[in-house]
Design a protein around this ligand. Structure first.
Ligand code: PMP
Length: 412
């Protein structure tokens, strides 16, 4: 069983050209509502970023991380205006989100001297062995024998499918407070950290209810458990603030933040970990890779931060996110096939009925010039709408018209 649906027509790479939010292929133009693999935060062609990459290509393609430490520090200083004051250290030696998860696990374990890493049901934190072990989607890995032993998956804050069958207005936020029971009875008692996606991404674009992050933070403080915010999907402006945990999820006050995907702006792989200064415990040899902190990755990271700042991209997400959500809500009123519209900023989603195959909808959307991705797990059959953060209000309207045309084909 696959969890996301990504059929693309196969042909040579020269068939594909990307401009802004559009992918051109086979004589057709698509609005890319998947932002590539949720990583093209600035679309396909943000000029300043691409120009800086070209310039770096002409200088050199690789430098060992010994030589790029100063550049990493400069980038961290530039990022500071977007970070909460308690975050004071960084580790920019990863190129994938999975690598960043591994780094965060190492940091949490070394700093606390404890072993267990808790996470949420249906969470996804990467494909490497450690990252898979702390992901709440073990069903994807039944063919392997991976070490899940030190990771307990707690119920997700999914009010539409409450694990405890509670009503949201009188639930006592059991999904956060019961962490205490899991630590007490289902773990070794040595819990280093809880890793949380502020919006459960692959798990169905689940947005926690107001108050969840505050109660979760209080519970973790009481238990002496660190919080890792996995901002691989939510980071770099996706939800309208630099990180979700500096915006709608700020009450989470994570001790450690991981990022990847959108950090490379136009699709260059780069990832990293941010943390409280006292958690800066790793020796360089304890978590580094051949291509970590390579020049292209760092140029992409630096220019993405600069572009977000100079082009006021976060403000744009706030401006267009509301109309996109409203437009999807209007579609839910018009089309019985659309329900449970949810999301923050430009991280939106809706469910299709179980009678309608997500794969088939994705194909129909393509015919109407839209690239969307689905998620078959979680409880709904989710279609995710996450265009590049530079989308304009006119382009949002165009996206909604194409989506409406795609939905209309099921009414004939
Ligand atoms: N964390 C989250 C929330 C993700 O969505 C992903 C990738 N889908 C990862 C970690 C792993 O990132 P990567 O694929 O770059 O290893």
């Amino acid at each position: 069983m696959t969890s996301s649906v990504t059929e693309a027509p196969s042909s040579g790479l020269s068939e594909y050209t990307g401009r802004g939010i559009y992918l051109h292929a086979h004589g057709k133009q698509y609005i890319d509502c998947a932002s590539g693999t949720f990583n093209l935060s600035l679309g396909y062609s943000a000029k300043e970023v691409v120009d800086a990459l070209h310039a770096q290509l002409d200088r050199c393609l690789h430098l060992s991380s010994d030589f790029t430490r100063e550049k990493s520090l400069e980038i961290f200083e530039m990022m500071r205006e977007f970070l909460p004051p308690h975050i004071g250290a960084f580790w920019f030696r990863d190129i994938t989100g999975s690598g960043a998860t591994e780094g965060a696990i190492r940091i949490a374990q070394k700093a606390t001297g404890k072993s267990d890493i808790f996470s949420l049901f249906l969470s996804h934190h990467g494909q490497t062995v450690g990252a898979t072990g702390v992901s709440g989607n073990a069903f994807r890995h039944r063919s392997f024998s991976l070490p899940f032993a030190n990771s307990v998956k707690i119920p997700a804050p999914d009010c539409a499918n409450c694990f405890y069958s509670q009503r949201p207005d009188r639930c006592g936020m059991l999904c956060a407070t019961r962490l205490e029971d899991f630590v007490e009875y289902a773990s070794s008692g040595q819990v280093a950290a809880l890793i949380v996606e502020p919006v459960l991404g692959n798990g169905g674009n689940i947005v926690p209810p107001p108050g969840y992050f505050r109660v979760l933070r209080e519970t973790c403080d009481k238990l002496g458990v660190l919080i890792i915010a996995d901002e691989v999907q939510t980071g770099f402006g996706r939800t309208g603030s630099f990180f979700a945990s500096t915006g709608f999820a700020q009450e989470l006050r994570p001790d450690i933040i991981t990022f990847a995907k959108g950090a490379g702006g136009v699709g260059i792989p780069v990832a990293g970990v941010l943390m409280r200064p006292e958690l800066d415990v790793l020796e360089p040899w304890e978590h580094s890779t051949t291509s970590g902190a390579n020049p292209l990755a760092l140029v992409a990271l630096e220019e993405t931060v600069r572009y977000l700042r100079d082009h006021r991209v976060l403000e744009n997400v706030a401006t267009v996110g509301g109309p996109l959500h409203q437009g999807l809500t209007d579609l839910a009123r018009r089309f019985p096939n659309v329900s449970n519209v949810r999301g923050v900023g430009l991280m939106q989603a809706f469910d299709l009925p179980t009678s309608l195959d997500v794969q088939s909808f994705i194909r129909v959307a393509r015919e109407h010039g839209l690239i969307v991705r689905g998620s078959r797990y979680g409880f709904g059959r989710t279609v995710k709408i996450r265009p590049p953060l530079i989308i304009t209000p006119d382009e949002v309207r165009e996206l909604l018209v194409r989506l409406s045309d795609a939905l209309r084909t099921y009414e004939r």
